[in-house]
Design a protein around this ligand. Structure first.
Ligand code: PGA
Length: 249
């Protein structure tokens, strides 16, 4: 059975003090949770501080840290980048290929694929993002095609470890989420490219009000949440729903 995963993508938000309050708030409440996995993804600059506050690698079974990006090389002359060797000291997950990286920073599929490979090689689980810019005829087929390309060099075991986030770009930060039925349909198609045990999340305007509808669908294994993950109470409410909807082991 696939363990539900709720990831919070804090993007380029929060001061150190605010990030610590939010991380500690989540940690204090998660002690009650046993079934789901929660991944917090703060700005890279705060990762070390938050990891040292008790959320670092292998410290808590149900709460992990993730980075929002990583470079594919171990070290070298790459001004402004953070290497996979550096990142893995503080995180167990990393978001790769988010649409803000592809649209604003022009990351291309080959770069994204090498970042995924580098992360897997170093034991960091990639949360690979994929989503169509607009909902149109053939968009599901195009996504399947794109995913096939991104994971073409991964072996079966690597495909099993990978987490995919289906994030339609038109739904990100717009308050206009996909319907749960549509997300389920796309995710079923994407799963064909991966494996039955690979986790696939939905992302795009998830709130405490619409989360339950998605979690009712068998192929939606959790969320990648932006805006709502910056607010402790609604984020915890979503985690609680996922915990309650997960079967006891
Ligand atoms: P949103 O962002 O929840 O604010 O729509 C999701 C994301 O960008 O991962």
């Amino acid at each position: 059975m696939r363990q539900k995963l709720i990831a919070g993508n804090w993007k380029m938000n929060l001061t150190l003090a605010e990030a610590m309050v939010l991380a500690n708030g989540v940690r204090n409440h998660l002690e009650d949770f046993e079934r789901i996995l929660v991944v917090l993804c703060p700005s890279t600059i705060w990762l070390t501080e938050i990891a040292h506050a008790g959320i670092g690698p292998k410290q808590l079974p149900h709460l992990k840290l993730g980075a929002q990006n990583v470079f594919n090389q171990e070290s070298g002359a790459y001004t402004g980048e953070t290497s996979i060797l550096q990142i893995k000291e503080v995180v167990e997950f990393v978001i790769i290929g988010h649409s803000e990286r592809t649209h604003i920073f022009k990351e291309n599929p080959d770069l994204i694929a090498t970042k995924v490979q580098a992360s897997l090689d170093h034991g960091v689980i990639p949360i690979l993002c994929i989503g169509e810019d607009q909902k149109e005829e053939g968009s599901v087929r195009n996504l399947v095609h794109r995913l096939n390309y991104l994971v073409k060099d991964l072996n079966q075991e690597e495909l099993e470890r990978l987490v995919l986030a289906y994030e339609p770009v038109w739904a990100i930060g717009t308050g206009n989420p996909a319907t749960p039925e549509y997300a389920q349909e796309v995710i079923v198609a994407l799963r064909e490219v991966l494996t039955p045990v690979s986790r696939i999340l939905y992302g795009g305007s998830v709130t405490e009000e619409n989360a339950e509808g998605f979690l009712q669908h068998p192929d939606i294994d959790g969320f990648l949440i932006g805006g709502t993950s910056l607010k402790l109470k609604p984020f915890l409410q979503i985690c609680e729903m996922a915990e309650n909807l997960s079967e006891a082991k």
